[in-house]
Write a protein that binds this ligand. Sequence first.
Ligand code: GCW
Length: 687
Amino acid sequence: MKVLISICILLTVLTLHAENGHKLWFRAKSTGSVKIICSKSSATLDIAKRELKQTWQGKSGATITLLMVKSDPLIKGDGFRLSPGKIQAKTDLGILYGVFELLRRQQTGEQVIEEVFNPSYERRLLDHWDNLDGTIERGYAGHSIFWRKGKDSLVVTENDKKLWSQYALANASIGINGAVLDNVNASPLILTKAYLVRVQAIAKVLRPYGMKTYLSINFASPSVIGGLKTSDPLNPEVIKWWREKVIEIYKLIPDFGGFLVKASSEGQPGPQDYGRTHADGANMLADALKPFGGIVMWRAFVYSASGDDRAKQAYSEFMPLDGKFRDNLIIQVKNGPVDFQPREPFSPLFGAMKKTSLMPELQITQEYLGQSIHLVFLATMWEEFLKSDTYQEGVGSTVARCTDGSIYPQKHTAIAGVSNIGLDTNWCGHTFAQANWYAFGRLAWDNTLSSSQIADEWIKLTFGQTSKDTNDFTTPIYADRNENFLRPVRQMMLESREAAVNYMMPLGLHCLFSPYDHYGPGPWWAPKYVRKDWTAPYYHQADTNGIGFDRTQTGSNAVSQYHEPLRSIINNVKTCPEIYLLWFHHLPWDYKMKSGLTLWDEMCYHYEEGLQEVRRFQKIWDKAKPYVDAERFSLIQNKLRKQCENAQVWKDACLLYFQQFSRLPIPYNIERPVHNLDDLESARSFY
Ligand code: GCW
């Protein structure tokens, strides 16, 4: 018995100290007492008070007033005014957000001065590509936190509720206020009673944290689960079916957010199956949701096999419909015109559809960026995207300003990120992938934040603080922590996306992935039975003359979809930014780059540089050892080793493959490939 008790105690102690990453960026504990003055009470305010008490690091005994205000013209929506000792907001959620801002500042050592904080976008959503059997499309961190397989799959357990509330807390702390609970490749079953009851249970847990629930729906639901003969959006029976379904949903979930729809895209049913347009289909759903304040997010991710240059198709299909959509409908557009590649120019739809609300869709899950193995901090990619100038309404018409209501009077504004969250203990698979979840929320709240600030905050919150040993972080805090840990790790994060671009597809190359898993290289992949725009050579167009996709006026003319002066800038090979060179131009191997090198040599150096950067990241991380707990340290160290191996594979595969066309030597000051092309081509997986 005694032995058993000792083992139990030992296990408890071990679990207490185990640093498995589950706590995300919540590590601080209060260092003293705080007196809270708040005359109102609600579930949301209770959370605000609880968090303040649990995590207070200000002066012990200080007083904080949480004040609801009616008339403060500067506070918008769930914004707040933060000043020393006081948080004012118009909504309970605004107060909660204010509390998180205050606590974050205490933990990162940022000052509190009187300032108003307002969200850039009204809706800041996570899109979960979670299937009802618990698997996650493009998920790399375990199964779904919402759905599972088996006969008890719909039973709501205490564990479910605990996890959902931790999830909601994490989201609220970074301002995320909604979640789409199921995959855009949606099962019609989600709209059946049994599933809706589970959605109701999830919504109940998320609600006090200010998170609304949304669902992806299958456009053919009326015929698949409704027993109708058709799902034609103009058919009166179909219209009635959707109206009744929406009424049923709102009875269960009065604050339901709305529908996300992938229709007439990649084999999903949609209005085009019935000879109708996207507007016909989307408006019908919007009308059903309108009386309840719900919205439709209709995806513009469409392309057909027979079509023109894939990069042009979403624009071609949606531009003619501008102005034809209801005002409770938002077109959801991926950041780039193709598909979440390591680097794409922004989609030309941004800023171009002036009479329609548009929302960006970013991908937090790293489908094309090393999944949960590579350390790639995505904030820099999103910052590049949000700051891209569309020139639609003159200089400074950035994507951010075109979508957040600054330029166009959109009825609704929103931004979505495809979630990277799963049942893995640390939620995201890679500790550094947590930073991408964090960064998405922070940018959705404030689309002007710099990647560097976000990285800085995240490191301090996740790995302990810079000056005070006030959290449960077990390693002693060193005075040199800033110099030896914070700075180099932040720098590594900021360089990590460019490194991935370099070792995967530099200079505007895209879609060179091995098929299906989208992880390793497959520039050669082009079986005859597959549609052309799903093969790599369709995108790189390499031959003995050169490489790159000609999208200039004399090529596919995709450049025409961009506004002047950008159109001319990218159309002209001399002015096209080199980061997009092979996206827009097909160029000879001996084309002279700005550096004076030939295109071939320059390409080789980029691949080499990518690999060398990951080698440097390894050194930075190894040196970080004294500052990180052993568990997270070695998890990340192991992942970096794998990333390095993969970067080598990418470099070797791409250089050896393209060399068959360039017929030029790999510059001799570059390390030689260590793989054979044949082996790489026949490898079934690169994990
Ligand atoms: O990026 C591609 C993915 C698909 C995904 C699709 C989409 C959900 O490979 O898995 O499907 O995009 O965004 O609809």
